[in-house]
Design a protein around this ligand. Structure first.
Ligand code: URA
Length: 243
């Protein structure tokens, strides 16, 4: 790779600015000053320094993806049992990314994949109370008292959930449809909440995480998050946008 391009990838500035720094004699390759334009380097072996004291390292490009996960694939980068993973489903051949949190094998909907560990940490850390919105079809028609239990907090086996927003949106073939918003992310939490009131989930889809919504993204498809979506999410969780 050409030296000025490598420097740009290290976040030093534009390629033109990097050429200028080389011209000024401020760049050193394996301890030797470089002034020749077009010098080729090996990023795996060569050591580049600026002003003899600033050691340059590649800045990894951050990747943020939204997948509308279909049923029947697992939220993992590898499955010892050989089941299809989200990355295989996407046909992902790019650099290392990983899913943030998980959706069950049979749950559809919004799943974020990234290589940004801090972003993932923020999204899943209970401190940030990021809202998650689910569309749920449950068996039978829960009585108002049962729905109130969900609203106020229900014991799902050693853990009492925080108050949730529950909106009944209608029924289909004698089964009720709800939109549920929670701030927690316990394992199989939504399924366990409805099980606790005696109305197991038949179909579950996550539609929202904080400001991120599935919108028009069809089941099985994925897209990159926009710059604005990433910034807004960071701001929502009290982080700095770095912009
Ligand atoms: N709650 C569940 O029960 N399952 C999911 O996949 C996500 C939330």
């Amino acid at each position: 790779m050409r030296l000025h391009k490598y420097m740009a990838y290290c976040g030093i500035g534009s390629r033109r600015k990097c050429e200028e720094l080389i011209r000024q004699g401020r760049v050193f390759l394996n301890g030797k000053q470089v002034t020749k334009m077009g010098t080729i380097i090996n990023p795996d072996k060569d050591v580049v320094t600026l002003d003899q004291n600033q050691h340059l390292e590649l800045v990894e490009e951050k990747i943020y993806i939204m997948l509308n996960k279909p049923q029947g694939i697992i939220t993992s980068v590898y499955d010892p049992q050989g089941r299809k993973t989200v990355l295989e489903h996407m046909g992902w051949k790019g650099s290392r990314i990983f899913p943030v949190g998980r959706l069950d094998f049979d749950t559809e909907g919004l799943l974020i994949l990234t290589n940004d560990g801090e972003f993932a940490f923020t999204m899943t850390h209970p401190k940030h109370q990021v809202e998650k919105g689910y569309y749920c079809v449950v068996k039978g028609l829960p009585k108002p008292q049962a729905i109130n239990r969900l609203k106020h907090g229900v014991d799902i086996g050693g853990f009492v959930t925080s108050p949730a927003e529950v909106e009944y949106t209608g029924k289909s073939n004698g089964n009720a449809i709800f939109r549920l918003t929670i701030h927690e992310g316990k394992n199989r939490q939504v399924r366990r909440m409805f099980e606790a009131i005696g109305h197991p989930v038949i179909y579950l889809r996550r539609e929202r995480i904080g400001n991120l919504t599935l919108g028009e993204l069809n089941t099985g498809l994925w897209r990159y998050l926009s710059h604005k979506e990433v910034i807004d999410f960071k701001l929502l969780t009290g982080g700095k946008s770095n912009d």
